[in-house]
Design a binder for this molecule. Structure first.
Ligand code: ATP
Ligand code: MG
Length: 225
């Protein structure tokens, strides 16, 4: 029997309210409609351990004192469990794995905005993520000015990160730009390829741009929108 072709990994990144969850869902639905085997991977979460870690990290309760290094390692703990339980088996099955945040978030939030330094993330990635073969094929950075992203989320429950001030969120955004340039220049091996998408545009236009990127990635030019 012919060996199953390996799947691909695509990651949505970007600040709060950029539209990552919206675009992950639209892409997943598009895959289902076009018989492209796909799976959604949420960070942190996706596994039992991941859900418990998510509650610790995101809930707006008495967790203000979490040390940034502890925060970083908790994200990685959830991530590694997700890779083992969900991502690796899906990749082996030839599926497209759609991540709603991945290591890019650790880079921008803990590495840059919390000030831990990006080397902590590139080291953790080299030690634990890259050896498992889970280097994403494509990072899509949904870029919005933080004020707009946070405004979109008004009325929803806010988490521990959304409660940070605008200076913090601006640093997150700068972190994403730094990562984008580093991936493009081959300095950071967190992904094979990265694109920035202006996420102030309407959802359906962004979705078309996303789909066209995925079509190129999968070599399915017959499906161009
Ligand atoms: N392009 C868009 N234009 C206007 N509103 C949008 C757009 N994309 C998403 N939204 C809306 O903005 C809100 C936030 O979107 P979404 O939850 O997808 O963002 P997110 O990046 O996943 O946020 P978070 O970082 O909090 O997980 C939702 O109410 C969504 O409907
Ligand atoms: Mg989201």
């Amino acid at each position: 029997m012919a060996e199953q072709q390996r799947g691909s990994i695509i990651v949505f990144e970007g600040p709060e309210g950029a539209g990552k969850t919206t675009q992950s869902r639209l892409l997943y639905d598009w895959c289902v409609d076009h018989q492209i085997p796909a799976v959604k991977a949420i960070e942190p979460g996706g596994t039992l351990l991941g859900q418990e870690i998510r509650a610790i990290l995101l809930q707006d309760r008495n967790n203000d004192q979490i040390d940034p290094r502890a925060e970083l390692l908790l994200f990685y703990a959830a991530r590694l469990q997700n890779l083992k339980e969900v991502v690796n088996p899906s990749i082996k099955d030839g599926k497209l794995v759609i991540f709603d945040r991945f290591e890019g978030s650790s880079f921008a939030y803990q590495g840059v905005a919390r000030g831990l330094g990006v080397k902590a993330i590139t080291d953790l990635s080299r030690m634990f993520v890259q050896p498992s073969g889970c280097i994403p094929d494509l990072y899509l950075f949904l870029d919005v000015p933080p004020g707009l992203g946070l405004k979109r989320k008004l009325g929803e429950d806010i988490n521990r990160f959304e409660r940070e001030n605008l200076t913090f969120h601006n640093r997150v955004r700068q972190g994403y730009f730094q990562l984008y340039r580093g991936i493009r220049d081959g300095k950071y091996r967190l992904a094979q390829h990265a694109e920035i998408i202006d996420a102030t545009m309407p959802q359906d236009i962004i979705h078309k741009m996303v789909v066209n990127q995925v079509i190129k990635l999968l070599g399915r030019e017959d499906l161009f929108l």
